[in-house]
Design a protein around this ligand. Structure first.
Ligand code: MN
Length: 246
């Protein structure tokens, strides 16, 4: 098992908007934890500081660029000038979800029993190489994807500690089989049994299954009321869910 945890995540809800992110400090680089922490902290600060009328995708991309600067500063200040991190983030407001990524941490949409990888990995030829990351002196431009969520959809953000060992179909099966907590437990267990050498972080977003109608006829997905963190030496699973509607 790896001694340190180079994965970091953030879950924050403000102004009816939910921000989720996972960052994985680049393997082999000293300061990976510092880079990942700086990435998620700055992302959240900048994202929620954006003007309210800013489009979600623009706010998220801009926050990712600011996170890049923060990682560079943190790396330099800590004496680890090569430190870098992946970053995958999702911003959700109502039924609108925007996802941004740099590196090989992923986002999946699980819908009606099937999973679809939303993000495209920015990875190189060798096993651990990533071609885009936060902590890049050249500056970054994340890929941005937009999804419209439907009732029953699940959004999964995860680090490569999961996806190196667990197939897309298994993610779909675990997420579709039961409640959010059982799903992340199952996924982390699978990854640890098969690998156990990398940190595993899974953030599962579960909108309310039976959306209420908003004043303009839009789906309203409710407010975050609970999340659970499971921490072991090598695994973090986070469930974010809404209370079942009566
Ligand atoms: Mn990893």
């Amino acid at each position: 098992m790896r001694e340190g945890n180079e994965d970091r995540y953030v879950v924050r809800e403000e102004r009816s908007t939910v921000l989720l992110a996972v960052a994985d400090g680049v393997a082999g680089e000293a300061g990976g934890e510092i880079a990942a922490q700086a990435a998620v902290t700055e992302l959240a600060e900048r994202f929620f500081a954006a003007p309210r009328d800013r489009a979600l995708g623009d706010a998220l991309a801009e926050a990712a660029r600011e996170a890049n600067g923060a990682v560079l500063r943190a790396a330099k200040d800590s004496g680890n000038p090569g430190a870098a991190s992946t970053l995958v983030a999702a911003a959700i407001r109502g039924d609108e979800a925007v996802i941004a990524n740099l590196g090989d941490s992923r986002a999946y949409l699980v819908r009606t029993g099937a999973s679809r990888q939303i993000t495209e990995d920015h990875s190189g030829d060798s096993a651990n190489a990533i071609t885009r990351f936060v902590g890049d002196e050249r500056g970054v431009q994340p890929d941005v994807y937009a999804e419209t969520l439907a009732a029953g959809d699940r959004l999964v953000l995860c680090s490569d500690g999961l996806t190196r060992h667990v197939a897309d179909e298994e993610i779909a099966a675990a997420v579709s089989a039961g409640g959010p907590q059982a799903a992340v437990d199952r996924l982390v267990d699978l990854a640890l049994v098969r690998g156990g050498e990398d940190n595993v972080t899974v953030v599962l977003y579960a909108p309310r299954d039976r959306p209420a109608r908003g004043s303009r006829g839009l789906f309203v997905f409710g407010i975050v009321v609970a999340f659970v963190v499971i921490l072991t030496a090598a695994a973090i699973a986070l469930v974010l869910s809404f209370p079942p509607t009566r």
